[in-house]
Design a protein around this ligand. Sequence first.
Ligand code: KG4
Ligand code: ZN
Length: 354
Amino acid sequence: MAVVLAIETSCDETAVAIVKNRQVLSSVVSSQIELHRTYGGVVPELASRQHLEWVNPAIAQALEEAELSWADIDGIAATVTPGLVGALLVGTMAAKSLAMLYSKPFLGVHHLEGHIHATYLDQPTLTPPFLCLLVSGGHTSLIHVKASGDYATLGQTRDDAAGEAFDKVARLLDLGYPGGPAIDKLARQGNRKAFKLPEGRISLGKHQGKGQQGKAKYHPYDSSFSGLKTAMLRLTEQLNAEGPLPVADLAASFQHTVAQALTKRAIACARDFDLTTIAVGGGVAANSELRHQLTAAAEAEGFQAFFPPIDLCTDNAAMIACAACEHLALGRSSSLQLNVQSRTPLEKVMSLYD
Ligand code: KG4
Ligand code: ZN
């Protein structure tokens, strides 16, 4: 049984948690949303400074809430990649210093591996293989989870991530930042069939794919949200000229289209790879329409779809600690020389461990 304290500072949440294998003992999340709201997005320099200010109180609070002392902690982890380099540095340097001070193993964690592990905190008996649909502000991926540290990306976005599309469309509709929760809330009052919008398919070109001759062939798992975003821009321009903007209908139609695109791809991928469990992770996993569509589609196929509780969908340190617990239990730890990296393919996750 491993008890890990983890620090997550990859973007705009200063988070610290203590997890015992798949059980959350404490989880502190200090959101910087108010700080960045004025700018309509995350300002990297401001994020780093705020992490510096908040990280030590968050560590103290996590220990206090778990009613533990340093003697009870088996390992200290931090998100080392991907993310904003300056922001990642704050959590990583704090974790390395504590690991040295208390002579504990240090574990550098891949943020996306954390999102994959969020489901375990709610479904502790879940074991690979399964398919993870990871939909956040920076990623939209279909990942074949084969074993701890063994992942294959089967599909991804070719341009914007799903969360990024929510944020950009929310800005277009003047709904503020972050856009996902605002669109989700407003969409409840709108008609999701009000506007027909393009789903954004990726053409495979002439010589690829298995479709019938002469038929357009599309990548079955990759997605694209830039066309949908442009369609929303054109539509709002046109509707603006006609009168007051039907924002609720626009939000509902957009959200429905994104949820449909993600659901179709996840189901096709699970079917093709004989994976009967789909675990959804990342901020967009909080979306009510995606939860509704994917749950219904999975049920119709005889598959299981798991969505973590909302506070484990968005960035938190409990998911990072959970991933670190698994590595530590398998005898893995990271070198104190390990540097933060703005990007690292998920397939290279084992390069973080000695
Ligand atoms: O996983 P996350 O907290 O941070 C990243 O690793 O990116 O995801 C943040 C993203 C934002 O783009 C936010 O707008 C989106 O998740 N999001 C949502 C919802 N809640 C958060 N998108 C759609 N519906 C929601 N309810
Ligand atoms: Zn995230």
